[in-house]
Ligand binder design. Structure first.
Ligand SMILES: C[S@@+](CC[C@H](N)C(=O)[O-])C[C@H]1O[C@@H](n2cnc3c(N)ncnc32)[C@H](O)[C@@H]1O
Length: 234
């Protein structure tokens, strides 16, 4: 899979790629990452990528011409390498909410382009040059980079061979295999801490009973904490 990142701050991703399994996926050739700064197509001696909004108001707006030039530069690099064009994803608090099923869908794409905004956001016409818009949630951040990291992390860990134990991505919260429910509780040593004991069933070695207990716990805690998930398509 390839991830094209359109960002004014590629350096923000350095530690992220250096220290995580995402970086190891790059080293192992499972993932390819390409950066493109819109600044490379900025205008004037300051290489401006933004301008004041028509109609007035506060803040600056990212220019459509500069952004589309960045998209097309990434497409040209892909074409030159005989690779597919990336699915373009605009990161915005106005997009569809990014969820586990979005990660599953994106992990099936050969290439995605994540477009990180700054300032007041994008000139509206940028929306005509992307395939979809995604939001990390109903809150506003200063830029799209943290959203891009979250999307890359959730998506790349689903690629075959990225995590050591494939089962761990099947059995966790929000996964299709658990019906989109929350995962059951986990315990490790010590068996007792300040009067809090590990449930006996988990120490019994009886696999069928452990399975049953985990299924019940998963259902109970989903009903208690996130009843909305029980009605949601996975
Ligand atoms: C300050 S925000 C712009 C918000 C915009 N003025 C609005 O009200 O919809 C700047 C950039 O941060 C990113 N961003 C902020 N919140 C986000 C979220 N919840 N999900 C994804 N991206 C977000 C987007 O790329 C956005 O263009």
């Amino acid at each position: 899979m390839r991830v094209d990142l359109v960002t004014l701050f590629p350096e923000l991703f350095e530690r992220f790629f250096d220290t995580s399994f995402v970086g190891r996926a790059v080293e192992r050739g499972i993932l390819e990452v390409r950066f493109q700064s819109p600044r490379d197509f900025g205008l004037g001696k300051h290489q401006s990528v933004d301008d004041t909004p028509y109609g007035g108001g506060s803040g600056m707006v990212m220019r459509v011409d500069v952004l589309v030039a960045a998209f097309e530069a990434l497409d040209a690099k892909a074409e030159a390498a005989g690779q597919p064009r990336a699915r373009r994803v605009l990161l915005t608090p106005q997009g569809q909410r990014f969820e586990q099923r979005t990660a599953t869908r994106l992990s099936g794409e050969p290439a995605i382009m994540l477009v990180c905004g700054r300032y007041e956001g994008f000139d509206e016409r940028v929306r005509g040059f992307v395939d979809e818009e995604l939001s990390l949630g109903d809150f506003v951040m200063t830029g799209g980079e943290v959203a891009a990291m979250a999307i890359v992390e959730a998506t790349v860990r689903l690629l075959p061979g990225v995590l050591g134990n494939e089962a761990s991505t099947h059995e966790e919260s929000h996964a299709p295999a658990t019906g989109g429910m929350l995962e059951y509780p986990h315990y490790t040593r010590p068996v007792e801490f300040r009067g809090l004991r590990v449930p006996d069933v988990l120490q019994s070695g009886h696999h069928a009973q452990i399975e049953k207990w985990r299924r019940e716990q998963s259902q109970e805690r989903t009903a208690e904490r996130r009843p909305d998930l029980l009605k949601k398509p996975v």
